[in-house]
Structures are given as structure tokens and as C-alpha cells.
Design a protein around this ligand. Structure first.
Ligand code: PGA
Length: 246
């Protein structure tokens, strides 16, 4: 496990973008496993900049996102489908048919999970980008008694509802969906490489637990320690509980 400490959000974003740029240059047909939320927006802006400067192209790249809320349409501004278009896809040369995100509006959620499992299974050479929840979730795999296998429908924990309603639903906990579809932990771990980014002091406990505590489904991110190729990029605030020698 490689841990990169950066001094702030911008530096974290630039470092992550540099790693993805190298991966894209080394393999222009790579699959990017993508994340949503406030953490990766700076990284996506950096990637757009690199695309505009002609350093990278997404023409042959496929993307597969971690998760989506249940019950909101892909056109809804609060959906992760919309987020990805606004923050990345509409600003680069990626082909829409090469981008995959669960559809939270389907009637048969089980079938949608199955469809997504097949999509992920068919995608080799994946670099998986992750954020981390303040409760240690990755994707929407919340703390639980066991690690979630396969794409699954998740009941969001109160801490996630609180965090995300504050950021995206005007603090209105009633309007945020209470369920989501998420790529499973085993599918995250099946990526060839994992890059986790974290910024801000509200992530410091989750980062400490993920890196320093034993692997446990109570902190889903702790499992990535078992992956052979993982890089964690933290800013100073997210790293504030880590021992100095890490
Ligand atoms: P955030 O979410 O980037 O909005 O903090 C991260 C996550 O919940 O995985």
C-alpha cells in the first residue's frame, strides 16, 4: 500500500490526476472505475485540463461508476448520472456508450444489479478510483457485519444521509434517497489497481481506521489493504490522525 500525503485538496487532486494520466497514456483503452461526490471534482477538472491540452484522450476509454441513488432518474440533477456528465463526460471526448452507471430508476432492481455485475465482469484492466465516506464506506458499501458481494441495493446509513443531504440536498434529509445501488466490495477489489483519495478532517477517522486498524466490514475501506496495488492520496487534514511515520 502506497500512501501519498499532500498538503491540501488541490495538491491531492493534481497528484491523483497525474497518476490517472500516466495510466491512460500507458493504456489508452483502460477502464476507469469512477467515483462521485465532492472529493473527485478537483481531479476531474484536472483531467479535463489535460484533455484540453492534448495530453490525454478518452476516445477508447470505458468507465464504470461505483453507484447511483435508487428512485431518481438519470436526468435528475441530484443523480450520479447527471453528476458525471456535468463534471466530466460532457467536457471530454469519451463516447457515451462507453460510460456505465447503474440506473436507479428501474422497476426491477435485482435485474439491474445483475446487468451491472455482467458489465463489470466484462471489463478488464480497470483502475478503480475511490472516495471514502466519513463512516468508512467505499462506493455505497456501508459498515456492516460482512463485506457486500456483487452489485447490490444498499440501505444508506444515517451518517451518509446526513453527510450527503448537507452537500447535495440543501440539508433536507427527507428528500435524499435512502437506498442506492452499489458495486460490491469484491468487485472493487477485482480492479487491477485502486486509487483512493480523501480530503478534510471529517475523513480523518475513516482514513485512520482504513489504514491502521484491522480489516473489518465495520470500516469497508479497510479491506483495500489486502489489494496488491493500492495508492491512497490524502491531504493534511484527512491524514491528521495517522502516525507520523506513515
Ligand atoms: P464525498 O463522498 O467525496 O462527497 O466526501 C465520498 C464518499 O462518500 O465516498
Amino acid at each position: 500500500m502506497k500512501i501519498i500525503r499532500t498538503s491540501n485538496y488541490d495538491e491531492m487532486s493534481k497528484m491523483a490526476a497525474q497518476i490517472l494520466e500516466e495510466d491512460i497514456i500507458n493504456n489508452p483503452q483502460i477502464t476507469l472505475g469512477l467515483a462521485t461526490g465532492s472529493t473527485p471534482t478537483g481531479l476531474y477538472s484536472e483531467l479535463i485540463k489535460k484533455y484540453n491540452e492534448g495530453k490525454i484522450s478518452f476516445e477508447k476509454i470505458k468507465t464504470v461508476n461505483l453507484d447511483e441513488y435508487v428512485g431518481i432518474s438519470p436526468d435528475n440533477k441530484q443523480s450520479y448520472n447527471y453528476f458525471m456528465k456535468e463534471n466530466l463526460f460532457n467536457k471530454i471526448d469519451i463516447k457515451e456508450e462507453n460510460t456505465y452507471i447503474p440506473n436507479g430508476l428501474v422497476e426491477n432492481l435485482e435485474q439491474e444489479c445483475q446487468r451491472y455485475n455482467e458489465i463489470i465482469n466484462d471489463m478488464p484492466n480497470r483502475v478503480q478510483l475511490l472516495g471514502i465516506g466519513s463512516n468508512g464506506h467505499i462506493g455505497f458499501n456501508e459498515p456492516a457485519d460482512s463485506f457486500q458481494e456483487g452489485t447490490n441495493v444498499v440501505d444508506l446509513k444515517q451518517s451518509t444521509i446526513k453527510d450527503n443531504s448537507k452537500k447535495y440536498f440543501d440539508g433536507d434529509e427527507n428528500s435524499i434517497p435512502k437506498k442506492a445501488i452499489s458495486m460490491g466490495i469484491d468487485q472493487i477489489m477485482s480492479a487491477d489497481k485502486i486509487v483512493l483519495i480523501a480530503s478534510g478532517k471529517n475523513k480523518s477517522k475513516a482514513i485512520y481506521d482504513a489504514i491502521c486498524e484491522d480489516v473489518s466490514p465495520n470500516c469497508p475501506a479497510s479491506i483495500i489493504k489486502q489489494h496488491p496495488n493500492v495508492t491512497i492520496i490524502v491531504d493534511e487534514e484527512a491524514a491528521q490522525l495517522l502516525p507520523k511515520d506513515i
